[in-house]
Design a protein around this ligand. Structure first.
Ligand code: WT7
Length: 659
């Protein structure tokens, strides 16, 4: 981000006081900041008390073997019991856990906590029957249907770590994850509904299974939910229908207590190299962190609130704030299968109206796309039930913040801009709706219990009014424990940069304003943020280079009005490919879609004769970014060949580019 944009951002002087109503009954008050800072371990122990433990811990934190943390050492619990059974036992079995809403109209399903308990128990029994034991990995590749939640909780119940793969990912992306975590079973469906049509999922699983076998890994069983009723290829040795296996299973299932550090799940996310990182979260600390933050940051009143997080279950937001946080807290929530514009553009607002949603959590990219459509659409609906709005995934620009607050929130609702990551597992920096004077564009301060700082290269805190690197200076319960199967990469990626200080480096740049409030500015590494999702430049480059016509590729994230950043690729073709043919750009875009998935599809591909490199051969992405963002190209003095940028500009002018 340029200095100019920075100073514009920091001139923001609008402030929003917490509404008196919310302040008066707030779950978490201002006093919590000091209390947590004085004795963080005591504070976290207090938060862990909101869970049911079969055995209490002997030690809150073991940080002796840094950066490998252990939280609630010696404690034992079952995550599924905490999310389901205990609410039923407490007499809340008839309370709705999930208002599931399918994309086709009138296709809905309400699940009470008692019903959820039965479904999860049956699925747990069915998985055991299929040979899944404690510690075995189960991959879940499902659309946004209730079975996705049931499947996750069933895995947690039997101590089988799940890895949920976003349904929009390709078979290639799925198979690399299956192989990396050696998944024994995959849970999928025939398909799901998106934009009014049935989209298939099962064929991608069949392909991924074949690709995994070619790499020596066998997926033993595939459990298939019937959602759309479309035809599927069937292999009797491997494929099992959910309605056969689960519906026939018993609703009796006794959850076993697992160690607090038992692996709960692996979630893959992009890093600076091509290979996705399997972020490992464990049980006790993760559940403590997600339930605490869901209660504190959204001021959840489980008896009266109707909560809705629009994220897909295939991302960490879906894990922490659709499954584990809200269910551990006994919340009633909405889960919606489809796209916001199906069958018409007011679908989301209609859901808020019809279900009386009180807390709504979404991403800036969605807010910006609604802004573009105009306020007439949301204005048709009564959204007066809303009391708190949340934002996550990327910086929310002040304009979008104001629109969200005014148009969706009727100018009553606080907006909590929540900063966190797949790795942190829980919200780390955010306003508290009953305490903080909201400032459009700023995630404000670390929440009670969390310690963050903005530091310079040397690791020293920068003064107010300056920028630097965002770091977390103390461990937190839901922190990632490692990268699945790669402790070295875990250390190198997160803990090496500020080794002396022992800080966790998040990969984001940030600025502290004159009040000391934090403005997260975006990634400082080779990672992009497209529509709130992390994509690595290298991953897309590898996909491009795997195309037979491509010799070399460089990818940058360029500013995009709708998606925050968009993928822009610069490609050198192989000599034998000539000019690549007329459809080369379309061909390459399709190739990336197949290799990774639609979200990685480049907005723009430029066929160029050369790439700008330093004398040591490092691609100067900064210069490519200038081109992609239509700026004057910056300092080229460290280029090995200074004429390269002219060649690139000429190549673009000659028309081999597509927007
Ligand atoms: C990266 C993490 C956290 C769940 C969704 C994305 C960016 C996230 C914010 C925010 C500014 C944000 C950061 C972060 N990010 N929330 N409120 N303000 N930036 O999870 O895929 O792990 O991505 O998203 O760059 O490092 P993720």
């Amino acid at each position: 981000m340029s200095e100019e944009t920075l100073s514009n951002l920091l001139k923001e002087d609008r402030r929003f006081e917490p509404p008196a109503e919310i302040a008066e009954h707030a779950n978490l008050r201002a006093e919590a900041y000091d209390r947590a800072a004085q004795d963080p371990e005591a504070f976290w122990a207090e938060q862990a008390e909101r869970l049911s433990w079969d055995e209490k811990w002997d030690r809150v934190l073991d940080w002796d073997d840094r950066p490998f943390a252990k939280w609630f050492v010696g404690g034992r619990l079952n995550a599924s019991y905490n999310c389901v059974d205990r609410h039923v036992e407490a007499g809340r079995g008839d309370k709705v856990a999930l208002h599931w809403i399918g994309e086709p109209e009138d296709d809905t399903r309400d699940l009470t906590y008692a019903e959820l308990k039965d479904e999860v128990s049956k699925a747990a029994n069915a998985l055991t029957e299929l040979g899944v034991g404690t510690g075995d990995r189960v991959a879940i590749y499902l659309p946004m249907i209730a079975e996705a939640v049931i499947a996750m909780l069933a895995c947690a119940r039997i101590g089988a770590p799940h890895t949920v793969v976003f349904g929009g990912f390709s078979s290639e992306a799925l198979s690399s994850r299956l192989v990396d975590c050696q998944a024994k079973v995959v849970i999928t469906s025939d398909g799901g509904y998106r934009r009014g049509a049935a989209a298939a999922l099962k064929p991608a699983v069949d392909e991924a299974r074949a690709k995994s076998s070619a790499q020596g890994h066998t997926v033993e069983k595939v459990l298939v939910v019937r959602r759309t009723g479309q035809d599927v290829e069937w292999n009797d040795d491997v494929d099992v229908w959910w309605h056969d296996a689960v519906d026939a299973a018993s609703t009796e299932h006794t959850p076993e207590a697992f160690d607090a550090e038992h692996p709960l799940y692996v979630m893959y996310t992009s890093g600076t190299t091509g290979k996705p990182k399997g972020i490992l979260h464990t049980t006790g600390g993760y559940l403590t962190g997600t339930s605490y933050t869901h209660w504190a940051v959204f001021d959840l009143k489980p008896e009266t609130d109707v909560y809705w997080c629009s994220a897909d279950i295939g991302w960490v937001t879906g894990h922490s704030y659709m499954v584990y946080g809200p269910l551990a807290n006994g919340a009633t929530q909405v889960m919606y299968e489809g796209t916001p514009d199906s069958p018409e553009r007011g679908r989301w607002w209609k859901i808020i109206q019809d279900y009386g949603v009180t807390i709504f959590y979404t991403a800036p990219t969605a807010i910006r796309s609604f802004m573009k459509q105009g306020r007439e659409i949301p204005d048709r609906y009564d959204m007066s039930s809303l009391r708190i709005l949340g934002s996550v995934g990327e910086p929310i620009n002040p304009e979008a913040y104001i629109w969200y607050r005014q148009v969706i929130g009727g100018d009553r609702t606080p907006v909590v801009d929540t900063w966190w990551q797949t790795e942190t597992g829980m919200i780390m920096i955010s306003p508290l709706p009953g305490v903080t004077r909201g400032k459009p564009g700023s995630a404000m301060t670390p929440i009670p219990g969390v310690s963050a700082e903005v530091v310079n290269e040397a690791g020293d805190a920068v003064p107010n009014g300056s920028g630097g690197y965002l770091v977390l200076t103390a461990p937190w319960p839901s922190m990632l424990r490692t990268i699945w199967g790669d402790d070295e990469r875990f250390i190198d990626t997160y803990w090496a940069r500020f080794r002396d200080q022992g800080y966790y480096f998040a990969g984001d740049g940030a600025k502290k304003d004159d009040d000391g409030d934090i403005w997260v500015l975006g990634r400082v590494d080779d990672v992009m943020n497209v529509s709130g999702h992390r994509l690595s430049t290298t991953e897309i480059e590898s996909a491009l280079v795997s195309h037979p016509k491509v010799a070399e590729a460089a990818v940058v994230g360029a500013k995009d009005e709708d998606t925050g950043q968009a993928v822009c690729a610069f490609v050198i073709l192989r000599e034998e490919a000539g000019d690549g043919g007329e459809d080369i750009v379309a061909e390459l875009r399709k190739h990336v879609r197949q290799e990774i998935g639609p979200i990685a599809t480049p907005r723009q591909i430029m066929i160029v004769p050369e790439l700008p490199k330093t004398r040591s051969g490092k691609i100067m992405r900064r210069l490519l970014k200038d081109v992609a963002e239509h700026r004057e190209v910056g300092d080229v003095t460290t280029l090995a060949d200074s004429s390269v940028m002219d060649m690139i500009s000429e190549g673009i002018d000659s028309g081999k580019a597509e927007d």
